[in-house]
Ligand binder design. Structure first.
Ligand code: ZN
Length: 493
């Protein structure tokens, strides 16, 4: 067997272990009874260690070196590039640091739950301080040339730097803060009719029909429910979506559309790359661009609902009296809120911006963790015009920092920016997207995305892919023009 073949076989072992973990994780978040938690944590831990050990064993590196001379096809060369990157990321962090972070996460999670319940930030501050210290050490191990944040962000978005994020946010801030302010001076949109006690079976049926209509393939996937919607999968033939049913009917609809965007990206990877590291999305930012494209540009558009509102009204008769314009304005209501995950399309990035700036300031020592609540509140007042009444709905609002997920928030905004940039390229080739959406005809749109983005898997780097698909590097101009046009029309600005 050649070294390349041996390497492939090793990667297949790693893939199988990771697939088992992913199935366990999906099950845990969907169907597992509470009593399964302890054993599941144990099983997950063991599989995670086995996967990490198999991948980072010195044999993998040795095979990789030998395989370089054997790689002939472009696919093989791309595979080796991707494996080298993954191996670099997996081996640069010392095991002791990884273990310390894992242990601290467990403690930090409990402290965070308690601190949020009792609105007691000082209780959480010492573990958070330690978590940021670990992030600093991780960055030093991973290496960077300009900004400490570069090393952390690169793990999620290859090649992206703090300077890229800064430039993006400066452009977003300059346009979005005044736009949000102008909207806040307009009369409030009434979206009260979207709240109710909606039948769960009807929501499940309707959202499945919706994601099937845009092209999610149920022969190679399914949709279930989870408290926090996500998409996962373990081969191109088996991609799982989740959604949730809340009093706001948009939770299920847009949650499903969002996850289906992720899911169609995964289903679109070439089957020949299945079970290798070339399969799947190229980065968190590009992945998010697809979920946001289907959720917002398609799913929150007027043409889309001209086709689907009658179906929604048939499924939920309480919505029958509302016309398309009223419905369209309601699903696009802009209202600065405290919680990122509930934010509308327009204010969403401002939440991410707050996170990015605070993470940078803490990592570089400009801000002490104990001063975080004041800094958080000041930025919410400045960017969103609102101030959290408690830290529980302020800097303690979500789980990410307790897990040590520091350095990836900008990928959410990169996804928003790239969604419009890619859509504008698509529209150059398919100018009649509005007509297609109004006819419920999604094959040309999905086919284009499939050809240009999904079928590329991880073959290119994210920056190469964006350049190839849109002809330029990431650029907030398309996004800002798109948002300004959409919301100026809705709010009569
Ligand atoms: Zn997403």
């Amino acid at each position: 067997m050649s070294s390349l073949e041996q390497l492939r076989s090793r990667l297949a072992d790693v893939n199988a272990l990771n697939a088992a973990r992913a199935i366990m994780d999906w099950d845990q978040q969907t169907y597992m009874p509470k009593g399964g938690a302890d054993a599941r944590a144990e099983h997950q831990g063991i599989l995670s260690r086995m996967s990490h050990e198999t991948f980072t064993d010195s044999t993998t590196g040795a095979l990789l070196e030998k395989a370089v001379g054997e790689a002939e096809s472009d696919d093989d060369k791309a595979l080796l590039r991707v494996v080298r990157r993954d191996l670099d990321l997996a081996t640069k962090l010392p095991t002791a640091l990884v273990e310390e972070k894992s242990k601290l996460s467990a403690v930090a999670h409990e402290k965070w739950v308690e601190a949020r319940a009792t609105n007691d930030f000082p209780e959480f501050a010492p573990v958070l301080e330690r978590m940021f210290e670990i992030a600093r050490q991780e960055a030093e191990c991973l290496g960077y040339t300009e900004h400490i944040y570069d090393a952390l962000l690169d793990q999620y978005e290859e090649g992206a730097t703090a300077a890229d994020a800064r430039a993006m946010f400066d452009a977003l801030k300059g346009s979005q803060v005044p736009l949000v302010k102008a909207i806040s001076e307009k009369p409030e949109t009434d979206d009260g009719f979207l709240y109710g006690e909606w039948d769960v079976v009807a929501q499940s049926k309707f959202t499945e029909g919706l994601v099937r209509s845009i092209g999610f393939d149920f022969n190679r996937g399914r949709q279930d429910t989870a408290p926090h919607p996500f998409c996962t999968g373990w081969s191109v033939g088996d991609i799982r979506l989740t959604t949730r049913y809340k009093p706001y009917i948009g939770s299920a609809i847009f949650g499903s559309m969002h996850e289906a965007g992720h899911g169609m990206y995964e289903q679109g990877s070439p089957a020949k790359w299945d079970r290798t590291p070339l399969v799947g999305g190229v980065s968190l930012g590009v992945h998010e661009s697809q979920s946001r494209l289907w959720e917002n540009i398609v799913g929150r558009s007027r043409p889309f609902w001209s086709a689907n509102l009658p179906k929604l009204q048939a499924a939920f008769p309480a919505l029958a009296g509302y016309d398309l314009d009223t419905f369209y304005r309601a699903i696009n209501k802009v209202e600065p809120s405290l919680i990122r995950v509930e934010a509308d399309e327009l204010t969403y990035n401002l939440h991410v911006l707050v996170r990015f700036e605070l993470e940078c300031d803490i990592l570089t020592g400009k801000l002490a963790v104990r001063d975080l609540p004041d800094a958080w509140n000041a930025k919410y007042a400045e960017y969103l015009g609102i101030t959290p009444e408690t830290d529980s709905v302020g800097c303690l609002q979500d789980v990410h920092w307790s897990m040590g997920s520091i350095g990836y928030f900008p990928t959410y905004s990169m996804g928003n920016v790239l969604s419009y940039q890619i859509w504008n390229s698509l529209q150059k080739d398919i100018p009649n997207t509005a007509d297609l959406m109004a006819q419920g005809e999604f094959e040309p749109i999905l086919g284009w995305l499939q050809a240009k983005v999904y079928s590329k898997g991880r073959y290119l780097t994210p920056k190469e892919l964006v350049k190839q698909v849109t002809g330029k590097p990431m650029d907030p101009a398309d996004y800002l023009a798109g948002l300004t046009a959409k919301y100026s029309a809705i709010y009569d600005l």
